[in-house]
Design a protein around this ligand. Sequence first.
Ligand SMILES: Cc1cc2nc3c(=O)[nH]c(=O)nc-3n(C[C@H](O)[C@H](O)[C@H](O)COP(=O)(O)OP(=O)(O)OC[C@H]3O[C@@H](n4cnc5c(N)ncnc54)[C@H](O)[C@@H]3O)c2cc1C
Length: 307
Amino acid sequence: MGTFVNERKFAGEMFEKYEVIRNAEMREYTTLKLGGPAEWLAFPRSREEIIGLFAEAGRAGMPVTVIGHGSNLVVLDGGIPGLVIRVEKNMRGIRTEGNRITAQAGAMLGAVAAAAAEAGLTGLEFAAGIPGTIGGAMTMNAGAYGGEMADVTVRVDGVYPDGRAVSLNREEMEFGYRTSAVSRLNFVVTEVTLELESGNPEAIRAKMAELNAQRAEKQPLDAPSAGSTFKRPEGFFAAALIDQCGLKGYSVGETEVSRKHAGFLVNYGNSSADYMALMRHVQKIVEERAGVRLEPEVRILGKEASI
Ligand SMILES: Cc1cc2nc3c(=O)[nH]c(=O)nc-3n(C[C@H](O)[C@H](O)[C@H](O)COP(=O)(O)OP(=O)(O)OC[C@H]3O[C@@H](n4cnc5c(N)ncnc54)[C@H](O)[C@@H]3O)c2cc1C
């Protein structure tokens, strides 16, 4: 009983100055709609608050996980221990200056692309339909339709968990296929500067509309997913391999290989364990039948549920 009282007092005092939710169900904060609770979920309003949150979590010996919009995540059923910092909600500022756009890491790519169109800046049309934050897009080097964030990024600012500042140019970001220096260096992206070219606002908007229409036609946008589950293997397309192996529509529980686009594993239920089993099954069959090992593009966070 004593422990319980102490724990409540402790919990009440934690993260007092911040916008936080205790035991936040992560299925509400991921596009896949899966995942158990984060012990704490914080929505920082500034880079100073991010530094403060890390310091407080550090003093309590808590692990810290950083997320953006949660559009590339599989959170396991046992949830995420410690503190989860969601950059998306309160850090969305965007400003344009000449050919440059500077956005806070929580700005959604769609909003940054819309600001580019408004300012008559071309080069970001490919990203208009990617449903994540610009911070997440830096970590993943998000890309589509022949473009990727590496093409337009000039500077990335952030903070390390110990509060030190970091500022990297395009080369220092070590952009590769769906990867960058963010994960290796383990810092939080707080602000991103892009450089674009002058263009015609109408033509830019038309291009975005065309690409978004292509997306809607090919992808199961009405079903919860984390986008393409697997990376494109060298020399192949993941979706084509999965389709050729006869896996379209294959299901585990209420998760299934989308019938519309085999690269998307979609979820209609409540079990990350089922989703992970579906991923493993697809990997096994594609490896057996096509001899290709599919590597996850989605990031897997948290722990499995204890029975
Ligand atoms: C329907 C659909 C379509 C998609 N289409 C595409 C596509 O065409 N191309 C593509 O590349 N992706 C696509 N995705 C995947 C996803 O949208 C991108 O990977 C996106 O960049 C992830 O951004 P996020 O903010 O949601 O990041 P999250 O999913 O929240 O996080 C992804 C990774 O980034 C890290 N991260 C997030 N924010 C920060 C930060 N501020 N600082 C440090 N690390 C951070 C997280 O720790 C995690 O490792 C799609 C997803 C869906 C659901």
